[in-house]
Design a protein around this ligand. Structure first.
Ligand code: PGA
Length: 244
């Protein structure tokens, strides 16, 4: 991965036609050096379209995957299937998977291990709920979510962390620069070799102050990554702030 990294998480949005139009606009408006700092995580159904439109200029991620190579797992997708589509990375442990689909830490750990063992890169999401933050448990929760990392051994270099406070995702409530600095600082102390992205209501009008933190290596962007001009503005601001 190339940092700063601006990662678009499209979630359950974008038909193939919409994805094609987005990718055409993105590549027309951004130079190749800047595109190398971009990652797009389309829904599974648009991965092949995005991969063929971007032809290697941008990294591509899936939004989740199963840990087994194949088998009786209805509705799941394996790492081998993703590699076959030209995927480079997988988002694992996103808060919507943990909280809306009730993926346990145990399941998330299996998925993480499956991804890095397949040779794919993992964007591993951690973050506390509002209730956990308000009851002073933020770092206990993060610590429990980080537990699988030391056991990955040398495959740890295939992990990028994403700090995404659950209360800031899709809510318009961005964490303060102090809150982001505190958590990112702690994550960097714990895993000095890992890059850490921030995610949670990132937009073109708040990215400058977030990206100016030295402990922020980029952003994971949901809603604001669906409109190409807004996403472009976020990319450009970040690259300027980071001096790229
Ligand atoms: P958001 O989503 O930017 O819409 O808050 C971020 C994410 O879920 O990764």
């Amino acid at each position: 991965m190339k940092y700063p990294l601006l990662a678009a998480n499209w979630k359950m949005n974008m038909t193939r036609d919409q994805a094609r139009t987005f990718c055409r606009d993105l590549t027309a408006k951004l130079d190749p050096a800047s595109l190398s700092h971009v990652l797009i995580a389309p829904p599974y159904t648009a991965i092949e379209t995005v991969a063929s439109c971007l032809s290697g200029s941008v990294r591509i991620a899936a939004q989740n995957c199963h840990f087994a190579p194949n088998g009786a797992f209805t509705g799941e997708i394996s790492t081998g299937m993703l590699i076959d589509l030209g995927v480079n990375a997988v988002i694992i442990g996103h808060s919507e998977r943990r909280h809306v689909f009730h993926e346990s830490q145990d399941l998330v750990t299996h998925r993480l291990r499956g991804v890095v063992e397949s040779g794919l890169h993992a964007i591993y999401c951690v973050g506390e709920t509002l209730e956990e933050r308000e009851s002073g448990r933020t770092f206990d929760v993060l610590e429990a979510q980080l537990e699988p990392l030391p056991n990955l051994g040398s495959a740890l270099d295939k992990v990028t962390l994403a700090y995404e406070p659950v209360w800031a995702i899709g809510t318009g409530k961005v964490a303060s620069v102090e809150q982001i600095a505190e958590v990112h600082g702690r994550l960097k102390e714990r895993f000095s070799s890992l890059a850490v992205l921030y995610g949670g209501s990132v937009k073109s009008d708040n990215i400058r102050s977030i990206a100016s933190l030295s402990s922020v290596d980029g952003a994971l962007i949901g809603g604001a990554s669906l409109k190409v001009d807004e996403f472009l503005a976020i990319i450009r601001e970040t690259l300027i702030v980071k001096g790229v």
